[in-house]
Structure formats: C-alpha cells, structure tokens
Design a protein around this ligand. Structure first.
Ligand code: TYM
Length: 328
C-alpha cells in the first residue's frame, strides 16, 4: 500500500475553506486506499503561537474538526509532531545537507525580508523548511496532499533527499505533492486579492457560529467594477462564484446565477445569500458531528496516543537507518 503523509499547523483554532478544499478533502479521500499519516505540526506553530493555552486549544480543536470532516482514526495514523522526537532529531541532521542560499529563497522568509522585517524574523521561521523536510522524509511517503503554498517546501524536501541519497546511497524516495483541482490549489480569500489565510482574516470558517459565517460571506469581495445590481458583472475570478462552484451542489442554480450576474439581473446580496445556504448544506452534517464531538475532549488524547505509537515505530526506524549510514 502506498504511503501518504501530511500535516497542519495549529496556528488557529479552526479550519477554513482553503484548508478544506486545498488539502483536507483530498486527505480524507486518500484514507480509503493509502496508508495515511497525518499530523498536527505543533513545533511549526511555535513560529507564531507563544501561548500555552492557545496552542493546546488549537490542537484539540483541529483534531475534532478533522474527525467531524470524516477522518477515520481507525484507518489513519493521526499524531502530534512534538510526540515524535525523531522529527527535530532528523531536522538537525538534514540541516547539514541544505545550502543556506536555498533557505533564504524560501517564500515565508523571503516575504518578511522584502517587507523589511528581517531583523524581527525568528530563526524558527528560517529553519521551517528543514523541519518540514524531516517531517516528510521520516515516513518515506509517495504523496503529500497539500495546497499550492506548500509546493516550494516539497521541492526543498526533494532537494535535501537527493543530496542525501547521492552521498549515502538510496535512502529516501522522492515525495510528490498531491494537489487538488486548479481552483482549490490556492483558494482566494474573501478580500478577492490574497490566498485565503487566517493570518490575513480573509477566511470563511467551517465550524464558526452561523452568524460569523454569514458575516464572512456577506462581506466577501465580488466584482469591484460593478456598482449597481443592473450593471453586467464579471464571474471569472469572482470569489463568490468560485466558492459557489465548490460548495453548491445545485449546479443549475449556479449556472443560472452566473448568467443573471453577467446580464446585470441579480444583486450581490442574492448571490451571497444563496452561497450561505449552499455552504450550510455542504458542511451541515460535519457541523452537527463537530457539535457532538465537543463533549468528548478526551477523545483527542486517545487518538494522539494511538497515533504516537504507530508513527514513532516508523520514524524511529528511518532515523536509525540514517544514523547508521552517516556514522552516528
Ligand atoms: P497550513 O497549516 O498553513 O495549512 C494546512 C493545509 O491547508 C492548505 N491551505 C490552502 N490550500 C489552498 N488554498 C488556501 N487558501 C490554503 N490555505 C491553506 C495548505 O497548503 C496545507 O496543505 N507547513 C504546513 C504544515 C506542515 C506540513 C508538514 C504539511 C508541516 N510539516 C509536512 C505537509 C507535510 C502548513 O503550514 O500548512
């Protein structure tokens, strides 16, 4: 059985549409036919989260969100990165197989430098791609289901693996990204400009209270050229229609709304209200499950304990192989 691995950073307390369509939907589908290892990247979250309570709340919530969305802990090994010391251990080893220049070109770091924030960037952010390479290579996966923003990290991982294999013999298979269809790879935010991201606040949450979601949808950017509902509007690249295509199961309704929008025969409010309804239909069952799961916080620790046992076996095996090869 081919192996799949992916992770999510608990830097916020709930998932958004970009996480779901960019990565989680694929992860949940892959659990049927692949040996899956999914984890909470809590060590990675330390680049931004510096409150114990917040970190622990985020971890618990994300696990419950995953379960509500259909993750089956019987099929998937679901674990917490910090439970497996082999991750930071391998990262220290791998840091010797990556040129500094490559890390300087990593997007997250480069963006900060471009904004003149280099002196306030913590070293954890700079080192992030090395830890991520260790996360992945320990499990020797064939696929890594992620959104487009992680492709560069995958390239760096492959680069490190190739260098290592060349020096010490074939050790790491080169992992491939497993991407969703084009519109979901880099889901646009409700500001219509940037990638949907919690840190920007341009999100539609999956499990937030109804009134929060309604507000997020109703405040979404549409076509800035369109002043009146009678003006012909642009559908292409319009976030509200991109979201409609993802969540609205009534394809006729979407086609009809698009046609009327192009002709200037529908207002933004109607398009958004229908989006809100479609969103609630799509995620309604998961939201119900999520509510029930809230009363079972102990479940998360049970799942993590099981996951720790299985993940550490594999991770320790790879780490031992690496140590033996390099002479440690
Ligand atoms: P994170 O926590 O930022 O995001 C989790 C997953 O959601 C995807 N994603 C998106 N996809 C499409 N459109 C969007 N707007 C959008 N926003 C988020 C991300 O691509 C990701 O797949 N570095 C990783 C966590 C990580 C990891 C790993 C992943 C640590 N180690 C090893 C895979 C393998 C991250 O910060 O994802």
């Amino acid at each position: 059985m081919k192996r799949v691995l992916s992770g999510i950073k608990p830097s916020s307390d709930s998932l958004h549409l970009g996480n779901y369509f960019g990565a989680i939907k694929q992860q949940i589908e892959l659990q049927a036919n692949y040996q899956c290892f999914f984890f909470i990247a809590d060590l990675h979250a330390l680049t931004t989260v510096h409150s114990k309570e917040e970190l622990q709340k985020n971890i618990r919530n994300i696990i419950l969100d995953y379960l509500a969305l259909g993750l089956d802990p019987e099929k998937v090994t679901f674990f917490r990165q910090s439970d497996i010391p082999a991750h930071p251990y391998l990262a220290v080893i791998l840091s010797n197989f990556i040129p500094l220049g490559l890390l300087k070109r990593a997007h997250a770091y480069k963006d900060k430098v471009a904004k003149g924030e280099e002196s306030s960037v913590n070293a954890g952010l700079f080192y992030y791609p090395v830890l991520m390479a260790a996360d992945i290579l320990l499990y020797k996966p064939t696929y890594v289901p992620v959104g487009e923003d992680q492709i560069q990290h995958l390239e760096i991982t492959r680069d490190i693996a190739e260098r290592f294999n060349k020096l010490y013999g074939q050790t790491f298979p080169l992992p491939q990204p497993f991407l969703p269809k084009k519109e979901s790879r880099r889901l646009i935010g409700t500001d219509g400009k940037k990638k949907m991201s919690k840190s920007i606040g341009n999100i539609i949450s999956i499990f937030a209270p109804e009134e929060v979601i309604k507000k997020q949808i109703m405040n979404s950017y549409t076509d800035p050229q369109r002043i009146h509902p009678t003006d012909p509007g642009r559908v292409e690249g319009n976030p509200v229609f991109i979201y409609h295509h993802l969540v609205n199961k009534n394809k006729e309704e979407v086609a009809e709304l698009e046609a009327r929008y192009r002709q200037g025969k529908v207002g933004d409010v109607e398009v958004k209200e229908k989006l809100y309804r479609a969103f609630m239909d799509y995620f309604g069952p998961a939201r119900k499950r999520r509510k029930k799961l809230s009363s079972k916080p102990q479940l998360t620790e049970e799942i993590l304990l099981q996951g720790k046992k299985k993940a550490s076996q594999l991770a320790e095996k790879t780490l031992a192989e690496v140590k033996e090869k390099i002479g440690l």
